[in-house]
Ligand binder design. Structure first.
Ligand code: TXA
Ligand code: MG
Length: 322
């Protein structure tokens, strides 16, 4: 199948209505979308991505009003988040309504709902009479895509259309949140584009951080995710380099180049901005993965703001965790 890259919302819509898959831009990463109410179309996502069938999909909506259609109830605690951050880089886990096919949630009674903050995709969603199921548009296990080109590199010839909406502005996936059994506390299941600090400022309360890698509540949290083909080692770059100095290595620095002559060095943000680090991370990991190095070394960020999401992705991309 020839894959076309274009900017035509009407073409994307026709493919989706015909039960085909289309890559769509969002503010976080590109998604691989299908009609979220059509189990056959959704099954193609699992095939094309080679995604384990137990890993559920986020349902993307165009409007807040639709949240109540696809869920049973909305706990009060989540209302300020919905008011302030949807559309935005947050996904909420709610008890699913009868309208959500079981294949979307991989059999779970909870559905993950998100309204992406990207004008092209919001127009597309609002022109359709169904929501879109969309995981990140990468082959399962590889680094997530932040441009139409990344989608083409990973899924070219497997899907008919990539809707090009430019490079994503955020660069890490949405934060996944739910709530505890008493409906009293917000629980964080995946770190992402909406930081813990921003969530706590919004709800005026502390959250519970519940990130499980071994028996994850969100199965996409499995450890060997986001991995490059070239082994990636994270930590203090200069320390790691002592062990591997005879190898062909690439340094991925957060803010500053090191004074050492290695095969190649990247700096993720010259302005020391974690937003920029998040925005550049997947692009640079992909680029560094393709230059024939023996190893990639990357630094961790401080665990504040987007630092938690950045470090989470790095830990799971690490070679030794595979
Ligand atoms: O920013 C994002 O969230 C991107 C864009 C495309 O929207 N999507 C994304 O999807 O990251 P994906 O499939 O790569 O990651 C979704 C995560 C997985 O870890 C999955 O296990 C979890 O969400 N998830 C989805 N539905 C769930 C459910 N019903 N219960 C628990 N976890 C769920
Ligand atoms: Mg993913």
């Amino acid at each position: 199948m020839k894959t076309i890259v274009g900017q035509d919302i009407g073409v994307a819509r026709s493919y989706l209505e015909a039960g085909e898959l289309v890559c769509i831009p969002t503010e976080t990463v590109y998604g691989l979308a299908a009609n979220g109410l059509d189990p056959f179309a959704i099954s193609k996502i699992y095939q094309v991505k080679n995604r384990p069938s137990f890993n559920p999909l986020i349902l993307h909506l165009g409007r807040k009003e639709e949240i109540s259609k696809y869920s049973l109830e909305i706990p009060n605690k989540l209302i300020p988040i919905i008011d302030q951050w949807m559309p935005g880089p947050v996904t909420i886990l709610l008890n699913k309504s009868e309208f959500v096919p079981d294949i979307v949630t991989a059999g779970s009674s909870k559905v993950a709902l998100r309204i992406p903050n990207h004008s092209t995709t919001l127009s597309l969603l609002n022109s359709l009479d169904f929501p879109l199921c969309a995981p990140s548009a990468n082959p399962s296990g590889y680094v997530s895509p932040t441009s139409a080109k990344h989608c083409l590199d990973g899924l070219g010839d497997k899907i008919p259309y990539i809707l090009d909406g430019g490079e994503t502005t955020l660069g890490v996936e949405s934060t996944i949140i739910g709530y505890d059994d008493n409906l009293k506390k917000i629980v964080i299941h995946r770190y992402g584009g909406l930081s813990i600090e921003m969530i706590q400022d919004t709800i005026l309360d502390k959250v519970i951080e519940h990130i499980h890698h071994d028996r994850p509540e969100t199965p996409g949290q499995l450890k060997s995710h986001y991995a490059t083909n070239t082994p990636l080692i994270c930590g203090d770059i200069l320390d790691i380099y002592k062990i591997y100095s005879d190898k062909n290595v690439v340094f991925i620095n957060l803010f500053e180049k090191k004074d050492i002559d290695v095969y190649r060095q990247y700096v993720l943000s010259k302005n020391s901005s974690l937003e920029e680090v998040a925005n550049q991370l997947f692009k640079v990991l992909r680029e560094a993965d393709n230059i024939g190095a023996d190893y990639l070394f990357c630094e961790y960020a401080d665990e504040i703001g987007l630092g938690k999401a950045i470090n989470d992705r790095l830990r799971r991309a690490q070679y030794k965790l595979k």
